[in-house]
Design a protein around this ligand. Sequence first.
Ligand code: PLP
Length: 463
Amino acid sequence: MSRSAHPAGPRHADVLPEGHPSAPPADLNHLDRKVWASTVTRTADGVVTVGGVEVTRLAEEFGTPAYLLDETDFRERARAWRTAFGADADVFYAGKAFLSRAVVRWLHDEGLNLDVCSGGELTTALSAGMPADRIAFHGNNKSVEEIETAVRVGVGRIVLDSFQEIVRVAHIAQSLGKRQRVQIRITVGVEAHTHEFIATAHEDQKFGIPLAGGQAAEAVRRALQLDGLELVGIHSHIGSQIFDMSGFEVAAHRVVGLLKDVRDEHGVELPEIDLGGGLGIAYTSADDPREPHEIAKALTEIVSRECERAKLRTPRISVEPGRAIVGPTAFTLYEVGTIKPLDGLRTYVSVDGGMSDNIRTALYDAEYSVALVSRTSEAAPMLVRVVGKHCESGDIVVKDAFLPADLAPGDLIAVPATGAYCRSMASNYNHALRPPVVAVRDGEARVIVRRETEEDLLRLDVG
Ligand SMILES: *Cc1c(COP(=O)(O)O)cnc(C)c1O
């Protein structure tokens, strides 16, 4: 990601691979506010607390590994997005980042809308009382059943992703005697990476309908002709873990360009534009994410400017942050099991979870940080790799980090910023039991997703 190849600390200078932390932090006991949920703090006796509850108590009561979610922080972040975008825009939380009924209720309380991309996510949202008209349905291959359910319950919008789907949704809506509000997802030829973006003419990916070659314009043409559809806008989602707003600038420019062409060809000004999600968070101290109000200001200005130029009424903007809301609000609590120093290399610290509760390191080469949270230590820093207990050498949770050299089995360590795409991507690899999500607030902890049990596993095994 963003780390430069600074020389390593003296002890490790010639053996470290690229991408290692440049040097141990000055104080291993210090918790960097950037990567920890807002109520996380270390008490005078050295134990870390979240929502006023000590992690040692949480480990005793709920076991490890566990995802500990700071409800206050979640609500604050959701509210910050809502407030930043104001009454003229909509914030859709991307449910795929992490979805549970408690989360749906918090979002509902805080005035956010919700993105789902499967029947399962839709059912979860509805069962927790999210009104259907505040739900958007996404996906590049929605099943007929999923579309039927979405249309029947009256979701606020379905985001159309292909030419087949334009026809499919139109037919289903018509057969149910409905007119479905839809947006068309287009690809604008912007490849967004964490710290840079590339503008291209074509986009080689499965999502969306390319703007290039007039395909998106053709999709609009077809959607406007179908009675079952009410085309309300254009959708673009350019990537994830993005810090650089210039990718959105190019995307907005191109989407507004399409709106202008639509106006010129059909005399219709589409009233909505969705710029997707993808805003980055701090996984390590090296990341500097933007605040929701800065993002809102930048995006609104870009869209207004482009529309003014094109002499279009400014459409209603929506955004779809997932990671930026839930990511920083949770950390994973692990117990240290074994410690294996490899001379001249690093020390392997094995925890009681791994790639089954956090696949992002193996899947995306993601970077994380880690801290000893059950006590403080004045011992020297030791270069570690935090690994799981799975039968796979790529089962890495934190590639390179520093922990105190007196680390011992039984210590609790925590990996921050695991609220997004960890529990939602968790697996039963090696028949691991997926960890619980425990919400903590004002001195109280409650399970919002319980730990799996061996009975849960055997229940599915009907052979
Ligand atoms: C994944 C996704 C999001 C959310 O992305 P984050 O990186 O979690 O903000 C938003 N919109 C769409 C269409 C997505 O696929």
